[in-house]
Design a protein around this ligand. Structure first.
Ligand SMILES: O=P(O)(O)OC[C@H]1O[C@@H](O)[C@H](O)[C@@H](O)[C@@H]1O
Length: 315
């Protein structure tokens, strides 16, 4: 456990990560931790109190701009996927963010000490590809129980009176023991767009979702709670979201994995992306307006969660 010279615990440590990229480590008293790179404002690690890694990070991840880091929680903004004129998943994930010197007050009075506020603003360079002024503020918090909370606030600061539109996702790569032993609950019977079938719309059947081939789907208007159950590890991830109606589920499986240069051939077995997202209906912000999108993750023993999940319960 890291502590200051006075012996007090350091909840927020500013340090350097791979290739000297600035990184912030968040710690909580029970021993859980999270790591956030300023490059992409990307969470690359989230560990429970036993030091077990809960996020997948590829062994081939390239920590070198302009390549986005493969794994953890990349942020897709202002464009999810290829629906638009920008590069896949937009540019927020490969920009250098700053520590926010002036974060807005949070409405809820929280006892958490392990948090970091980051900010990304428009630049002249980016204005050539996305001609808007904006402020994107992200707070990453590690709760006392080890929960990982992320709140994004995006504000239109255009001075030309123009609104802008965007799509978004927290592209979370969950670490799983064996993908063929994983079940996702909370998305059954929903409509989804299948990206492997030209975005055709289908309706999911009644059963919980399991995996035996490549999957790339955007479930629409989902409940606020989704569970990812890792049977082999007897661990359940709970994803709670607010302001993000959709959920993307992605696993490249063997063939696609081999075609991704910064992804190991067999790593698809040990990851599953379940992304709190807004993809079907883009968000429109007028000048002065702000949007808020939040995700909370917890990891609990499966016996505790199974059967108790109430997908309708709001955050
Ligand atoms: O390789 P990238 O740009 O990080 O994207 C990975 C995947 O991200 C998912 O969110 C998309 O739905 C997939 O289509 C995409 O392949």
């Amino acid at each position: 456990m890291s502590s200051s010279s006075s012996g007090e615990m350091v909840f927020v440590e500013h340090t350097k990560g791979v290739n000297g990229l600035p990184k912030v480590i968040l710690r909580e008293v029970r021993g859980c931790s999270a790591e956030v790179y300023l490059y992409g404002a990307q969470v690359t690690s989230w560990k429970n109190e036993h030091g077990e890694e809960l996020l997948f990070l590829s062994s081939k991840a390239i920590f070198k701009p302009p390549k986005a880091i493969r794994g953890g929680i990349p942020i897709c903004f202002p464009q999810f996927g290829i629906q638009g004129s920008l590069e896949q998943h937009g540019f927020a994930r490969n920009r250098h963010w700053m520590v926010d010197p002036d974060p807005p007050p949070f409405l809820t009075c929280s006892p958490n000490k392990a948090f970091i506020d980051l900010i990304l603003k428009h630049s002249e360079e980016d204005a050539k590809i996305w001609p808007h002024r904006y402020e994107f503020r992200l707070r990453v918090t590690l709760g006392p129980g080890g929960d990982l909370m992320m709140t994004s606030r995006i504000r239109n600061t255009n001075t030309d009176g123009k609104p802008f539109m965007f799509t978004f996702s927290y592209h979370t790569y969950f670490a799983v023991t064996d993908i063929s032993e994983v079940r996702v609950e909370g998305l059954e019977t929903l409509d989804y767009l299948d990206y492997l079938k030209n975005k055709e719309r289908f309706t999911e059947q009644g059963d919980a979702i399991t995996f035996e081939a490549e999957v790339d789907k955007a479930y629409l208007s989902t409940p606020t709670k989704i569970a990812i159950i890792d049977h082999e590890r007897k661990r359940t991830y709970e994803l709670r979201k607010d302001g993000l109606p959709d959920a993307v589920v992605w696993n490249p499986w063997d063939k696609k994995a081999k075609a991704i240069p910064d992804f190991g051939d067999n790593e698809y077995k040990h990851m599953l992306c379940v992304e709190a997202a807004c993809v079907e209906k883009p968000i429109t912000l007028k000048p002065g307006e702000e949007w808020r999108g939040r995700q909370e993750l917890s990891a609990v023993p499966s016996s505790y969660c199974s059967g108790q999940l109430d997908p309708q319960k709001a955050l």
